[in-house]
Design a protein around this ligand. Sequence first.
Ligand code: SF4
Ligand code: SF4
Length: 190
Amino acid sequence: MLGEQIIKGMAVTARNFFGSYVSKERLTTVQYPEERLTPKENTRQFPFLVYDGDDREKGLRCVACQICEKECPPQCIYIVKSKDKKPDYKGQPQLYPATFDIDISVCMSCQICVEVCPFDAIKMDTEFELSTGDRFGGLLLTKDKLAKPNEYYRRIHPTAAAAVDERLAGEKARAEAKAKAAAEAKTAAL
Ligand code: SF4
Ligand code: SF4
């Protein structure tokens, strides 16, 4: 009956309205910025670049393949490849981005760059307080600002970061075993 459904709906509304004064679970707002909610693990705001170890330049996982640049729908990623190479986490020489910029004012937080990256080099940050008074380039994040350590990635997305760590450690172990076997075969052939 229509009247019964309306009364039920009003009862739910009233329960939530009055409950919000007495039940902490029903308080949907906090006094921001004094109070802050802890972001959920699957929160996504804008991308950042992951680096391993202590050196953000040497440890950057990005190999400047430019897949993310091509796939980004609003075309807000700008990459220039390096002229030389540096060793990656497996010790293999790889190109790296001489320039890697993201125009955060254009980014729509779609996460496509993360999905297409074959190297787990770009991930979504939970940081959202990026407003700036600089209208000319204040939201153009350069490589230095985008690079964050793997420890940071582990802190904000622990489940996903653990899976990536496991995969990369497996790949590294296989590459080392292959290199060792090749070296042994070379020695045996002498
Ligand atoms: S999140 Fe989407 S819009 Fe933003 S840089 Fe990545 S692909 Fe581009
Ligand atoms: S972030 Fe990933 S997809 Fe983008 S250029 Fe670097 S390695 Fe390639």
